[in-house]
Design a binder for this molecule. Sequence first.
Ligand code: UD1
Ligand code: CA
Length: 449
Amino acid sequence: MVVVAILAAGRGTRMKSSLPKVLHSLGGRSLVERVLASAEPLAPSRRIVIVGYQAQEVKAALHSPELEFVEQTVQLGTGHAIQQLLPHLEGYTGDLIVLNGDVPLLRSETLEKLLHTHQTHQNAATILTAYLPNPKGYGRVFCNDQDFVQQIVEEKDCNPAQRQNQRINAGIYCFRWQNLAQVLPHLEANNAQKEYYLTDAVTQVGQVMAVDVEDEQEILGINDRLQLATAYEILQKRVKEKWLLAGVTLVDPNSITIDDTVELQPDVIIEPQTHLRGNTVIQTGSRIGPGSLIENSQLGENVTIHYSVVTDSVIQAGSKIGPYAHLRGHAQVGNNCRIGNFVELKNTQIGDRTNVAHLSYLGDATAGNQVNIGAGTITANYDGVKKHRTIIGDRSKTGSNSVLVAPITLGNDVYVAAGSTVTEDVPDDCLVIARSRQVVKPGWRNKSE
Ligand code: UD1
Ligand code: CA
């Protein structure tokens, strides 16, 4: 059995932020959310987040019934933080994984390996280590030649010879809880930082082994915005390599960003300056960009999008979007549609083979199949208090610069004359003209003089 605890009580002063460090976003998810996600494949029986600085904000941001929060009201060190678990894990006989809330790139495979080594060797503790060319800032780990840990010394407590050791403590641990629980109450703070070190507990629990991380980038801790930016670069590189090898074309990958929550199928082509975010899924044959932002949206096969913004929307196969279209608020576009220049769709459903080609706003509307929305057609969906719906039947056509004042229903095969302001429902198979007749007065100039 495994319980996961996440150290997230620290303030993160070097972020120079009013936001607690662990809530800073990295590629669409907060640091601590990423840490939690990395532990999920271990199927922990409990997930405990140790909070302190701005505890309420952290709790509110994470609000999940799966999580428990333990407060460390004063931050007296990592050992003190884990001491707070004692009343909550009384009688627990399994293992405890300790993660850092500010180490967001850790791979699940690494944690699985740590746990596996811990259990097969029946260690009292197993810690994650790395050899770093520049070990500055980290605790140094001293082992015998079989990777059994003898000592961990914080950099500030190192003598010059100890400081030369490049094997560092990543701050990721697996403990047999019962052993740790016996040691925790006896920690002392007699060190350079006057803190209760978790690393002191490590060397008192019994047999402790070190496991090296395969890719040192995984253990990068985020202390400032420079490291946050570095982590983002690492993450982007990982994500792009994955999709390139899976058959996705990225034209000029450096100018593209892709969240790791996005799903792409082979033969998708992403053009420069395009950003894919959130729970976006793009099916095969689609070509996105250049210059587009797609967020939390599902795109079918062979969709093309140029210079457009699509959020929280669904676009079905073969539809062409843009240039300069904006789809948002759960827009749904059917198969083989065209949504063209300077068109905005908000909370609007469009059937198959329907075109909205130029200069339109359709908000809170439903248009059927094979509808043609003329250039400049606008739904007037807001009366100043409430939003109202517009419904347009199959094969209907609106003339240029028409205004449909909602709530309103146009039937099937309706024609709206150009320049009309339509305020009342129109039955099937009608032409509606809602504008004053043209008046031409000859000889006007002479009369007015
Ligand atoms: C710690 C390790 C060090 C290791 C490094 C890896 C100790 C004593 N040292 O040092 O060996 O190389 O991590 O990154 O553990 N926190 C709390 N409550 C506290 C203090 C800290 O929740 O009272 C949290 C912080 O928010 C942070 C984590 O614990 O997420 C690590 O604390 P930090 O002060 O950054 O430890 P380091 O000095 O980096
Ligand atoms: Ca740190």
